[in-house]
Design a protein around this ligand. Structure first.
Ligand code: SF4
Length: 340
């Protein structure tokens, strides 16, 4: 077992089941996440038999770095997991701090037509420690401070719900990585039942929904998952989240030239979101090698933006991360897979 896959509660249960004081879990958490011990035998205030048992039961292995590509704004890391599969993680350098975009699955089954990762197909869910490991590699090995986390790398986080919620518990735990809960964002393609379950938790984490179209006909073309979970249910679930968690929901809208960027669609989007406590984040499409889509022109994005504004929608345009370093979603990993 990998110790980085255990929440504080799980570790307390581990000690209880071994007839030990569960308070020892806090000592272990503090030692591995705060004091960064690389051997269990370096943990202070625990007896030798306890340390021996810990080192027999757990490992502290992190994913191995294969390759990285860097620009002024971002850095993309390709990691190898113990079973040989590869995943990618992206560091985004913001004015307000560093954000890390974490992968949650090997490949992805959602098949969004504009996405490289969808072409990799889901191989398996990531274990909790494999998600925590992506962050720890950056913070502990590369000594990069991280203040924000988005679950927006390869994979659909809500298709790996249990592991993702444990991951968030660990990284937001004060004795763990202590990332502020509001600085953790789950990004979903719109798995409605899991959105509702997430809303029920009344958590402080943020929610982003990849919408990319204001009607089912267009969204079905871009995101096949929409046939299973259509837009009405997504909007209802988003509303539930905003009410239960008292937070805005973010809708991501990738701007694809000639596909979803017309003024008519901007009006339709505004009508769809009217009255919802939300932001819209317009993202110029990041062109990939294996799709024929092009990013919308700047002028077209400006028109779309203005229409949403006129309708009173909170809207921003995200600067592109990674276009100058070939970092479109999933591309580094698929290039690597293709080359071996
Ligand atoms: S955009 Fe996200 S959900 Fe869609 S295929 Fe790519 S990784 Fe999966």
């Amino acid at each position: 077992m990998n110790i980085y896959g255990k929440t504080l509660k799980m570790l307390e249960d581990y000690f209880k089941s071994n007839s030990e004081n569960p308070a020892k879990a806090k000592i272990v958490f503090k030692a591995i996440y705060k004091e960064k011990v690389s051997s269990f035998f370096d943990i202070k205030n625990l007896s030798l038999p306890v340390l021996t048992k810990l080192s027999n039961d757990f490992t502290q292995e992190l994913p191995g770095l294969i390759k990285m590509s860097e620009s002024d704004e971002a850095c993309k890391y390709l990691f190898r997991l113990t079973d040989g599969h590869t995943i990618e993680t992206v560091l985004m350098k913001h004015d307000y701090g560093n954000g890390v975009c974490v992968s949650t699955q090997v490949g992805c089954n959602m098949n969004c037509v504009f996405c490289e990762s969808g072409k990799l197909k889901k191989v398996r869910n990531l274990e909790v420690h494999e998600m925590v490991g992506q962050l720890l590699y950056l913070t502990d090995i590369l000594h990069i401070p991280v203040s924000h986390v988005v679950l927006m790398g390869i994979g659909e986080p809500f298709d790996n719900y249990e592991n993702v919620t444990s991951f968030i518990e660990i990284i937001t735990e004060q004795l763990g990585l202590a990332i502020a809960a509001r600085h953790v964002t789950i990004s979903t393609s719109g798995i409605t039942p899991k959105m509702l379950a997430y809303a029920k938790r009344q958590n402080l984490n943020s929610l982003a929904v990849s919408l990319h179209a204001p009607n089912d006909e267009l969204r079905n073309q871009l995101m096949p998952i929409n046939k299973k979970y259509p837009i009405t249910g997504i909007i209802d679930a988003a509303k539930r989240y905003t009410e239960n968690c008292n937070k805005k929901v973010t809708f991501a809208y990738i701007m694809i030239k000639g596909m979803n960027d017309s003024p008519e669609l901007a009006h339709e989007l505004a009508a769809l979101l009217r009255g919802l406590n939300c932001y819209v984040n317009l993202i110029p499409y990041n062109k990939t090698r294996s799709t024929n889509y092009e990013p919308s022109d700047k002028e077209q994005i400006a028109i779309f933006f203005d229409i949403l504004k006129q309708h009173g929608i909170n809207v921003t345009v995200r600067r592109k991360f990674g276009t100058d370093m070939d970092a479109a979603c999933g591309q580094l990993s698929s290039d690597y897979e293709n080359s071996i």
